[in-house]
Design a protein around this ligand. Structure first.
Ligand SMILES: Cc1ncc(C[n+]2csc(CCOP(=O)(O)OP(=O)(O)O)c2C)c(N)n1
Length: 651
């Protein structure tokens, strides 16, 4: 690897030289189908799972026939076949994914564990705390391994933490912990094998701190000037490979000749694999393929997912279309909140592998009472109260999906997505594109203002997510769509953010079709036709536009409810422009960087010939959303709606 790096034949590599015993020992102690969440120094995980070296070399060159079609660098890739979960650069988020996998094992009564790695530096991240806390509170069979190699890049452990040993932290989480010699492969292997058994039998997590040393720079270019030389001398004597070789010789398990033969055998093997590894054709970018691989297809070929679904009793396997046909005729008047509740409940009945997670969602029924009564019907295993650990719960949702489960997480308020942001943006959104693992996760986002709840319980943050390829974003405005879009989101094998406006929960009612049906993701709804101007909007904006139109019958207003914000329904947008030639984009989100700007740009580029007036935006002020009701009213887009319509009418 060092030679290849110097030749510029691999772009980046983080050496595990000196630490090999940990990755290899840990992998050997597990069963082949137990998920491992490795990090950047864990080449030994990949080789111990017998991944073909030539394909690994292709991966490191960014070749199309590597493990990520050239989309990922160094060790940031996974393989479903090998039960290896590809890391993201951010280190800590891997830990909570292991929680989710362990939860899946627990729910399925499988005698299996998951295992996640972290460095000593990574233990300072909030994700470390959240993952360990959730694993402890939920009694999950998961092993957390710290490779304590003395440094996080150039930062020594004395500047990283104050406790004597990181293993001591286990006590604070209410789990067992142990510190071992990470340079002795037999100690690593035996310890982990024993702990694996403990985790399965006792259904508990375990923290293992492996003491080791990084014999090279963080990566080659950064050097090792900051490391005192005597440490290299000391740890050179503890080299795990040399010492194991010496041990095998001393025990007469291998002879000098055997060692020489093994070296030769591996040298030839590596060189042959290298040759194949360099035979990849030059990369030719194919835009269609790039876009196509962003999302998993609905009829997923994920064998794990299929195997879990086949466990469902036949009463849950009733085909969707048949249900819709037989029940389409019956409609009931429901509030917005009832539509959500109904959609969720029917989805729980439809998918036995759907797990709900969120703060206070069990007996208490959730902050807005959407899951009231769910524990009684579906049990606490599937309706799970969570600690206040948003990041870990999003990560756990991903882990569940790796084992073929579906997960719905309720953010108590959309505002709190900020503390789960990294997992959503970097893990959920990118994982399918990066290495083909889908994230079958829905995050419900109670959003919006108008209720005097101040800057941290009222934000409109949908634009943050609309900007992230790999996510789908839906935002219903009617009870019927609230139900149908939630069902569709849960059926979709990809990550969907489901925005539900709190002010609509109990203020909006409408007819809702009984039974199980989907509202198609990506399709806007024509609310009403009109000839004077077109308002393109979503969420609460739909009701503002409808109210305005009702109160101003002398204006003929065409209204479109986008319903899905990512992907946008451009046909519906174009039809709205064509209908009147005058477009007002209306949303509760602040104006700068809001969705209106994106749609305006698209219209300008694609529908210029249809326009009779400048595209107008009516949105909220570019300030945080204030608490005082008068201030909030002034902040909100609707306070300027009349004015904007008048201006547009005058063109
Ligand atoms: C959230 C985040 N912050 C900073 C970095 C940059 N970074 C990459 S590896 C690293 C050091 C990690 O140290 P440690 O966890 O001890 O693992 P080691 O590299 O020693 O194996 C840093 C700071 C990062 N990748 N992610």
């Amino acid at each position: 690897m060092l030679v290849l790096l110097r030749q510029g034949r691999i772009s980046k590599w983080f050496s595990g030289i000196g630490q090999e015993a940990i990755a290899v020992g840990a992998t050997m102690a597990l069963q082949q189908d137990e998920w491992i969440m490795p990090l950047h120094r864990n080449l030994g995980v990949f080789t111990s799972r017998n991944m073909p070296l030539n394909k690994l070399f292709k991966q490191w060159q960014g070749s199309k026939d590597g493990y990520s079609k050239g989309r990922e660098r160094s060790f940031h890739f996974g393989s479903k076949e090998h039960h290896i979960c590809g890391m993201i650069s951010h280190l800590g988020p891997q830990l909570a994914i292991a929680d989710g996998v362990a939860l899946a094992h627990k729910l399925s009564n499988e005698a299996k564990i998951s295992l996640a790695f972290t460095g000593d530096g990574g233990t300072s991240e909030g994700d470390f705390h959240e993952a360990l806390n959730v694993a402890a509170v939920w009694d999950l069979p998961v092993i957390f391994i710290i490779e304590n190699n003395g440094y996080g890049l150039s930062t020594p452990t004395s500047e990283q933490y104050r406790c004597f040993s990181l293993a001591e932290r286990a006590k604070g989480y209410g789990m067992e912990g142990i510190r071992i010699d990470g340079n002795n492969i037999l100690e690593v292997y035996d310890t982990i094998k024993g702990i694996r058994k403990y985790c399965i039998e006792n259904q508990k997590p375990y923290l293992i701190e492996c003491m080791t040393f990084r014999m090279r720079g963080h990566e080659e270019a950064s050097g090792v000037k900051y490391v005192p030389k005597h440490l290299f001398d000391l740890w050179e004597k503890k080299d795990p490979i040399k010492n194991y070789e010496a041990y095998l010789l001393a025990e007469n398990i291998l002879s000098e000749n055997d060692v020489a033969a093994l070296h030769q055998e591996y040298k030839e093997y590596i060189e042959n694999e290298l040759k194949v590894g360099f035979e990849s054709p030059a990369m030719v970018a194919n835009t269609a393929e790039e876009i196509n691989d962003l999302f998993a297809k609905k009829t997923t070929d994920n064998p794990l997912q299929t195997s879990v679904e086949t466990r469902q009793p036949s009463r849950f396997k009733k085909p969707l279309a048949a249900q819709t046909a037989t029940q389409a005729a019956i409609t009931t008047e429901q509030r917005f909140i009832d539509g959500i509740k109904d959609g969720l409940k029917l989805s729980m009945q439809q998918h036995e592998n759907l797990i709900l997670m969120g703060q206070d969602i069990a007996e208490y029924g959730g902050a807005f009472k959407i899951t009231e009564g769910f524990v009684e019907e579906f049990g606490k295993a599937r309706v799970r109260n969570t600690p206040i650990c948003e990041s870990a719960i999003v990560g756990a949702a991903l882990g569940l999906s790796m084992q073929g489960y579906k997960a719905m997480m309720e953010m108590q308020f959309a505002d709190f997505a900020t503390v789960g942001f990294n997992q959503i943006i970097n893990n959920l959104a990118k994982i399918h594109y990066r290495w083909g693992q889908n994230a079958d996760v829905v995050i419900r986002m109670p959003t919006g203002g108008g209720v005097g709840a101040g800057p941290f319980h009222s934000q409109s943050n949908e634009a943050w997510f609309v900007h992230t390829p790999g996510l789908k974003v839906v935002y219903p405005s009617t009870p019927a769509d609230a139900k149908g879009l939630l069902i569709a989101a849960i059926n979709d094998p990809n990550p969907v953010l489901y925005f539900e406006h709190k002010a609509l929960y109990r203020s909006v009612s409408g007819p809702v079709t009984d039974g199980y049906y989907e509202t198609e993701i990506g399709k806007a709804r024509l609310v009403q036709t009109g000839n004077d101007i077109s308002i393109i909007t979503y969420g609460a904006g739909v009701h503002w536009a409808m109210d305005y139109a009702k109160n101003h019958p002398h204006y003929s207003i065409y209204i479109v409810d986008l319903r899905t914000l990512l992907p946008l329904d451009y046909d519906a947008i174009k039809a709205a422009v064509a209908a009147t030639g005058k477009v007002l984009l209306l949303h509760e989100d602040s104006v700068t960087g809001g969705l209106g700007g994106e749609i305006a740009a698209w219209i300008a580029q694609h529908c210029f010939h249809l326009l009779d007036a400048p595209i107008m935006r009516c949105a909220s002020l570019d300030t945080p959303i204030p608490f005082n009701l008068e201030l909030e009213k002034n902040f909100m887009a609707y306070s300027r709606l009349g004015n904007m319509v008048e201006q547009l009418m005058q063109y």
